[in-house]
Design a protein around this ligand. Structure first.
Ligand code: DMJ
Length: 656
């Protein structure tokens, strides 16, 4: 209720979201006007709406301003006489913005907007505007008769169902598609025996992870290696087989042919999207759509294309918002979407709606239907039309108003893969998508100015920007950015190629340090550069490691682009640490605290461990002719998509 209850206050599709649910639950038209029982039900509905509006009014500010204390402290902070430029940054007690309210000496980050009061005023204006709109919509709904509300609900449901029927029929028959001759999906063994052995070891790790999943959790989403049973996170709703779909291309590349065949058979016989499931659009896109597309391009097996397009069609109703910015969550059966309730008053998240582009362009290419590309090009148009604070992209966007919500900026969680997809859109288009290129380099320039800092001992890190103040923390997720900077370096604006390669090198080093400064030699979820520490997690809830790939991802790009042997050395350290601390008889597990000398397991073998971590490690110990970067793009889940040279024209977007 708290989630759905807030939704009608935003827009008509959202209103239909709750309405659809209630209508269905209440028995729909069967009970309409059939007596006092039905009247009580609609009465309840009206009460629910009033209650929702009340809750929103009372608690809206909490959603919109979870960091309001920091903004306020920013105001005090700004008036402090003890301001110093960022270049003098010396982490230590007192460097944190939270302390500003205590009246101790503080500093404002150079390049942050000079006026936090204005930022606060902006945020408040946005809140006011959103609340007023919410109230207006609630009032309009309340003025309707109960029968009218029910009729609207039914009409909306029918409309969604009709659209879904139409979409499905369009895609039933897929056109012939020209598959480019693939370069490098399989390769020769490395000639150097030591490298060959290391690569063989990583393949053995994949076998261990796969065999245990097969033995204890076959068909489920993920494996619990301690309990030796299946695990499913709510991200996938009732979808099944996340590990199978995520692992397909790694199995192919490692030439695990029998395993690839059994995975393919499972997809043919069991992968079913006709379920009543509320899923994360982003997760399903990067893991399921991405995994199926990649398997199709590598193997040429038609079943993977068919399933990818079928799933893509199922995701289309997520875009039914006033701005076309998709919902984060979608009920695949009803086509009704909503956003995470914790996301700045029900906003959509940059890293989620900004991480659909690569897969959707390929869906249009493979289906011959431009609709997918149109959806993601519209996202880009909305973003391009918005003013960006200091050239930065905030993490939250209201899909009803098409305006930014909170001013939080991050290259880690909530923002990360949006930047990655800008660069990769440019590369995947065979360098014809100049708009993506410009957006990427403009964004990186702003990030460098406002978020990237150097610690007093010379470690470069990417901080988080909150309404103009910096939080000197870097997430494990942010570590992918080293590889991204290096990958984009070649096409950087004049004179900046070396600079971006260097930036990639420095981020890789910082992330290596975050691993090296732990007992387990595996990095924490987030590490800080304040309170006298550098690259160390200081909060208990940031000390875990869940088999994430971002650090080895950066090593992979750095290795390919520089061939500096230290990246193979560092990658091997990760292999040893995984073997020493995460490997169990029943598979691989994440760790609750990487600073302890004794393992405490989280009991989850994440599907991305097979899709990404092991794939990147394997590539580091392979020759460059296995999947050359010139011809292949890795989606954010490390699934492979070929560069669409001239063929992209066949799926060209009608970008009205
Ligand atoms: C993966 O699912 C993807 O890499 C995503 O972009 C971010 N998080 C996980 C792995 O950490």
């Amino acid at each position: 209720m708290p989630v759905g209850g807030l939704l009608p206050l935003f827009s008509s599709p959202a209103g239909s979201g709750l309405g659809g649910g209630l209508g269905g639950g209440g028995g729909g038209s069967g009970r309409k006007g059939s007596g006092p029982a039905a009247f009580r039900l609609t009465e309840k509905f009206v009460l629910l709406l009033v209650f929702s509006a009340f809750i929103t009014l009372c608690f809206g500010a909490i959603f919109f301003l979870p960091d309001s204390s920091k903004l306020l402290s920013g105001v005090l902070f700004h008036s402090s006489p003890a301001l110093q430029p960022a270049a003098d940054h010396k982490p230590g007690p007192g460097a944190r913005a939270e302390d500003a309210a205590d009246g101790r000496a503080r500093r404002v980050e150079e390049g942050a907007p000079g006026d936090p009061a204005a930022a606060l005023e902006d945020n408040l204006a946005r809140i006011r505007e959103n609340h007023e709109r919410a109230l207006r919509e609630a009032k309009e709904t309340l003025q309707k008769l109960p029968e009218e509300i029910q009729r609207d609900i039914l009409l909306e449901k029918e409309k969604v169902a009709e659209e879904q029927r139409r979409d499905r029929s369009v895609f039933r028959k897929l056109p012939p598609v020209y598959l480019m001759p693939l370069i490098g999906p399989v390769d020769q063994e490395p000639t150097d025996a030591a490298v060959r052995n290391k690569r063989a070891k990583i393949k053995e790790m994949m076998k261990h992870a796969w065999n245990n999943y097969k033995r204890y959790a076959w068909g489920q989403n993920e494996l619990k290696p301690v309990s030796k049973e299946g695990h499913s996170s709510s991200l996938f709703g009732n979808f099944k087989g996340a590990t199978i779909v995520d692992a397909l291309d790694t199995l192919f590349i490692m030439e695990m042919k029998d395993e690839f065949e059994e995975a393919k058979s499972w997809v043919e016989e069991n992968l079913n999207f006709d379920v009543n499931a509320e899923v994360s659009v982003f997760e399903v896109n990067i893991r399921f759509v991405g995994g199926l597309l990649s398997a199709y391009y590598l193997s040429g097996e038609e079943i993977f294309r068919k399933k990818a397009v079928e799933l893509g069609v199922k995701l289309l109703p997520a875009f039914r918002t006033p701005s076309g910015i998709p919902w984060a969550l979608l009920n695949i059966k009803s086509g009704i979407g909503r956003n995470w309730p914790w996301a700045s008053g029900g906003s959509s998240i940059l890293a989620e709606f900004g991480t659909l582009h690569l897969e959707f362009i390929h869906l249009s290419y493979l289906s011959g239907n431009p609709i997918f590309a149109e959806k993601v090009m519209n996202i880009r148009r909305v973003l391009n039309n918005l003013e960006k604070p200091q050239g930065l992209y905030p993490n939250y966007l209201n899909p009803s108003s098409g305006q930014w919500a909170q001013y939080h900026v991050s290259v880690g969680g909530l923002g990360d893969s949006f930047y990655e997809y800008l660069l990769k859109s440019w590369l995947m288009s065979d360098k014809t998508d100049l708009e993506a290129k410009k957006m990427y380099f403009d964004a990186v320039k702003a990030i460098e100015t406002h978020l990237i800092r150097k610690s007093s001992n010379g470690l470069t890190y990417i901080a988080e920007w909150k309404g103009g103040l910096l939080e000197h923390k870097m997430g494990h997720l942010t570590c992918f950015a080293g590889g991204m900077f290096a990958l984009g370096a070649h096409d950087a604006p004049k004179g900046l190629t070396e600079h971006y390669l260097q930036l990639g090198t420095e981020i890789a080093r910082t992330c290596h340090e975050s691993y090296n400064r732990t007992f387990m030699k595996l990095g924490p979820e987030a590490f800080r550069f304040d309170g006298g520490v550098e690259a160390i997690a200081t909060r208990q809830n940031e000390k875990y490691y869940i088999l994430r790939p971002e650090v080895v991802e950066t090593y992979m790009y750095m290795w390919r682009l520089t061939h500096d042997p230290k990246y193979r050395k560092w990658a091997w350290e990760v292999v040893e640490a995984l073997e020493n601390h995460c490997r169990l008889k029943g598979g691989y597990s994440g760790l609750r605290d990487v600073y302890l000398s004794r393992e405490s397991y989280d009991d989850v073998q994440q599907s991305f461990f097979l899709a990404e971590t092991l794939k990147y490690l394997y590539l580091i110990f392979s020759d460059d002719d296995l999947l050359p970067l010139k011809h292949w793009i890795f989606n954010t889940e490390a699934h492979l998509l070929p560069v669409l040279s001239n063929n992209i024209k066949k799926a060209e977007v009608n970008d009205q």
